[in-house]
Write a protein that binds this ligand. Structure first.
Ligand code: NZQ
Ligand code: ZN
Length: 391
């Protein structure tokens, strides 16, 4: 196990009806709030009215900025920074999924910075200033941004989608009410499942030895996600299944499962290039690229993939050869994605080989390689994109 420091300051307020507490919880900050949200789902579901009532009842002053799009963009972030400065905002409330929360974090980061906030996404440097605090009401369990230190933003001009992380960006509190997820369309549920599973895979597949506890936590969380995803696949209104999924989705990316181990993140790097150019949903991109990555790297890391086959995919290891077992595990994962209606080939996403070279070049252009289980060069990444053309 590697040395680690684990610090997760986000207070979680979990359960039925908890969105009604938001006004009282923000009141203690005694600051003007930016109410930040997406393309309108919160108005259709009635959540917007609940939030506004709670703010008004608690006499919390606020301004609002909606219209964050999935795969949030830099121009909206700039608009938010300007509004916060003009209105002397002191805290941002993001009501939405990963896109709204990431946009809020970017605004929070850019607020006290003289240059362009995009500088941080390029340089990855720690800010010397203190960003505005961010609080959230989560409406889709998926990205884990409700307690992660990360934000992912797309720059429309350069067509780059880049992530940035700093402990200073972890939300101060996040309200997670699984009742709010019952309005999600089926495909968004599936995208979320794919994303949270990937957050675990990125941590689970590691070269680090002696990680028994976090291995087992990863395996248990993956099994619980698959079990409850199958329940939601038949009934999107099952509160208890959503509660399990929301808890798993949070743990999948609050880094509890990743501490003390080398992490990979190659699939996320490859997927971000797909989203940047083709605007595909992040979870849908991951269900295409993950099995291809597994097929490519598994032969060199058989022990890790055998453990995955037996402990996660539930394959009886006693009578098959190792290679058959690994192939079957990847096939079962692919079939699980299909069961949820997720795409498993580039073609299903409308992606052709046209930009594979450019995508591979951009994915690897910071350090020359991505990933840690297996360091992937630009050529490797191109091969994986090609592998993802068929299931
Ligand atoms: O925009 P509205 O109208 O609100 O609709 C949203 C959006 O279209 C809709 N939705 C959300 N909650 C709903 C709902 N519809 C009905 N009922 C509800 N309760 O769902 C759509 C998708 O929302 P979005 O926020 O884009 O989804 P998600 O949470 O999957 O976030 C994806 C973004 O997060 C980034 C991804 O790259 C992507 O840009 N990620 C952020 C991470 C982080 N900050 O730690 C880590 C992840 O790996 C990921 O990269
Ligand atoms: Zn993700």
């Amino acid at each position: 196990m590697l040395n680690f420091v684990y610090d997760n300051k986000t207070e979680l307020i979990f359960g039925k009806g908890t969105q009604h507490e938001v006004g009282q919880r923000l009141k203690v900050f005694n600051k003007k709030v930016l109410l930040h949200y997406g393309g309108g789902s919160i108005k259709r579901t009635g959540l917007y009215n609940d939030v506004v009532k709670s703010l008004k009842d608690a006499h919390v002053d606020y301004v609002e900025l909606g219209g964050v799009q999935p795969n949030p963009v830099l121009t909206k972030v700039h608009e938010g920074i300007e509004l916060c400065r003009k209105e002397d905002v002191g805290i941002i409330l993001a009501v939405g999924g990963g896109s709204v929360i990431d946009s809020a974090k970017a605004i929070a980061l850019g607020f006290g910075y003289d240059g362009d906030v995009w500088d941080f996404y390029l340089s990855k440097e720690e800010p010397t200033h203190t960003p505005l605090p961010v609080a959230t009401i989560l409406t889709i369990p998926a990205a884990g941004s409700e307690s992660s230190p990360n934000t992912v933003i797309s720059n429309e001009e350069t067509r780059r989608k880049l992530g940035y992380g700093s402990g200073k960006l972890r939300p101060v509190f996040s309200i997670i009410n699984p009742e709010l997820f019952c309005t999600l369309p089926h495909h968004q549920m599936a995208n979320g499942i794919s994303d949270m599973m990937s957050h675990i895979f990125e941590r689970y597949f590691t070269r680090t030895l002696h990680t028994d506890l976090s291995d087992s936590l990863c395996e248990a969380t993956l099994r619980i996600i698959m079990k409850n995803a199958r329940i939601l696949n038949n009934n999107l209104y099952d509160y208890d299944a959503w509660a399990e999924i929301a808890f798993c989705g949070n743990i999948a990316h609050n880094n509890l499962l990743g501490i003390g181990r080398e992490q990979d993140w190659a699939c996320h790097a490859m997927e971000h290039e797909m989203s940047a150019i083709y605007h595909v949903a992040h979870g849908a991109g991951l269900s295409v690229i993950t099995p291809a990555w597994m097929k490519y790297v598994a032969p060199k890391h058989r022990e890790m993939f055998l453990q995955f086959a037996v402990n996660v995919m539930g394959i009886d290891g006693s009578y098959r050869s190792g290679d058959t077992l690994i192939r079957e595990a990847i096939l079962r994962l692919t079939n699980f994605y299909k069961e949820l209606g997720l795409p498993v080939t580039m073609e299903e996403l409308g992606i052709t080989a046209q930009y594979f070279s450019r995508m591979a070049e951009q994915a690897t252009n910071v350090d020359g390689t991505i990933g840690s289980l297996e360091k992937l060069t630009m050529e490797d990444v191109k091969q994986i994109y090609k592998l993802a053309c068929r299931s």
